[in-house]
Structure formats: C-alpha cells, structure tokens
Design a protein around this ligand. Sequence first.
Ligand code: IPM
Ligand code: MN
Length: 361
Amino acid sequence: MDANLAVLAGDGIGPEVTAQAVKVLQAVGARFDHNFSFHQAPIGGVAINACGNPYPESTHEICLKSDAVLFGAVGDLKYDSDPSAELRPEQGLLQMRKALSLYANVRPTFVFPSLIDRSPLQRARIEKADFIFVRELTGGIYFGEPRGRSENGSTAFDTAVYSKGEVERLARIGFELALKRRRKLTVVDKANVLATSRLWRETVQNMESEYPEVSVCYEFVDAVAMRLIQWPATYDVLITANLFGDILTDEASVITGSMGIMPSASLGDLVELFEPIHGSYPQAAGRDIANPLASILSAAMLLEMAFGLKTEALAVRQAVEKSLEAGVLTADLAVGKAPWGTAAVGDWVAREVHSPGVPLQ
Ligand code: IPM
Ligand code: MN
C-alpha cells in the first residue's frame, strides 16, 4: 500500500525516539512492500521558536492531508520555570487534539514477560495485567470555559464541562473494545462529588442495554488509583475523563516496568494519531539515552489501527519482544548492564523487523 504519514517529532527526546519509529516503519515498508512517505512538521517549543505558534496552520494542513500522524512529545524546561509564559509548547498538543477532533486516547497496559522483574510491583500481582484505558481527550477540565484569573489575580479557576454527546462517543469506543476483549467495562469517575461524573454515569447506564454482553461497573477514581496497582489483572477496558485518564495512565505505566515503552492511539473524526504516553524528557534530549520503544510500539498501533496491517504490526511487536529478551535495553531498563543507546535499539528492532533472526553486521 501507499500511505502518507505526518511526523510531528516535537521537543526534547521527541525527535530521537520518533526517528527510531520511522526507521522501523521503513523496515516494514521494505519487507512487506509498502510505500510510506514521511512528512515532517513542527509542533510545540520548536514551532514557537520557528514561527511563534505552537501548532502552526501549515502543520495542521499536513496532518489533514495525511493518512495517519506519528507524534513525538512537546515540552521544554525553559517554559516550566516561567509560569507566566503566554505561549507554552503543551498548547500545541492541546490545540492539535482539538483541531483534529482526537477525542479518544487509547492507552493499553500490558507486561512483557522479560521485563516482569523491572516493575516495582510483585510479579504475582502484575503477571496477568492486560487492560486498556480509553481517556477522553478533547473535553473536561482541560478545555472548559471560563478559565483563568480573577481581575485582581488572586483567584484562578478552571471549568470541567462534559456534554452527553461527548461521553457517549467516548463510551462507544470503550464498549466496542470491550466486546473484542474480556467484555468488562469500568467507568472511572467521581460521581459522589462531581456533576460531570453523574452525567457520565447516567449516559453510560443508558447505553448498557445496547451492549448486553458487556458487564459494566462504576468505580470512583480514588479507589481505582489504589486498585489499579493492587489488582491490575481484574481490569479490562476502563473509560474516563481527560484529567483522570492523564493521571491514571502515568500510574499504570509503572506496572510495565518503564513509562518508556507505553504507546497510545488517539482516535477521532478526521485522522488518527499515534504517540508515546511519555513526555519530552528534556534532560535526556540529544543524549541518545531515551527509550524508543514507546514510539516504535505506537508505530505498531498505527499499522494495525490506521491501516489494518495486522501481520506487520505483529512483526514489530515480536521484534520489540525479541530485543527485550536479547537484553537490548536502554538505561531505564538495563539494570547492572551497559545500556544500549536510543539509535542502536532502533537499528536492532528495524533489522529484526526486516530480517527476523539475522544478526546485525
Ligand atoms: C499526555 C501529556 C499531556 C496531557 C501534556 C503534555 C499536555 O501529559 O499526553 O498525557 O496532559 O495530556
Ligand atoms: Mn500525561
């Protein structure tokens, strides 16, 4: 097949890890006879530096013209130390999510057998952990109006807003995913306190009869924060609001041993986007130490979800698994051994995808 891919590498370690995912996609193209064209475009801090806009119109156009988007990370220490900065790299990501209507962020958590002892959690608890968060991505307190400061600046406010329609389209993705898996859907909310959460419950409850095979339960976010690490194997598909999902998926990444390996897919009406769940890790930028596997596994999700290329996606996942078994590990995972560099891990996985089992020359 022929496909156009937008590549928005962004800031910090974004360019380094994304370059490895591109390498792997090129290897997929060569082995399986696909022609991927890559179109780089700026976002985040690099876009602010280049043209004063964290999500330039030209980048938006490239995304719209593409068959899928591969995204790296945004964020820079320069802005974190200045809370009054008007333009922030993160605005680029948020504007892009809104402009591309990427309302559902699918974040799987699974454990690679060879990494099981890298997790700070006990093996017996996490062995069977395999769940997916579907995080609402274009609404809630991230986007609600009004937001800002009172006139004298001494009070600040954010607004959490959800409409039934927003909850329904998100929940539908959760229900459909659950149908393909263990048929269990958990709605994570704070319905004992928040009006938005009560709307979530009511809306999902009204949909239950459309999906009689799916068993639905409703749990409070504070309890899920605890149960997720205590009994991770009891969850299948979880749906939740933007902010809750942001927090809980960082927590969930601990189960797997490293945040550096967790991919995600953002789904919407216009184009699909694939990105690691980790951030820009500016302290590691340019040092060839970041783990590229989250980006490479995001590319695997891209192959499967955007193009239905299941065999190709499996080839990438298997190559990643083999690299882990072979001890090809970046510093976040290599305990007591010399770590591999970002580019070297990318080369190893790309080679394994291209010619399985043939050693690197
Ligand atoms: C994420 C990130 C973003 C978010 C930031 C960078 C705006 O943490 O994708 O999880 O909060 O959504
Ligand atoms: Mn986050």
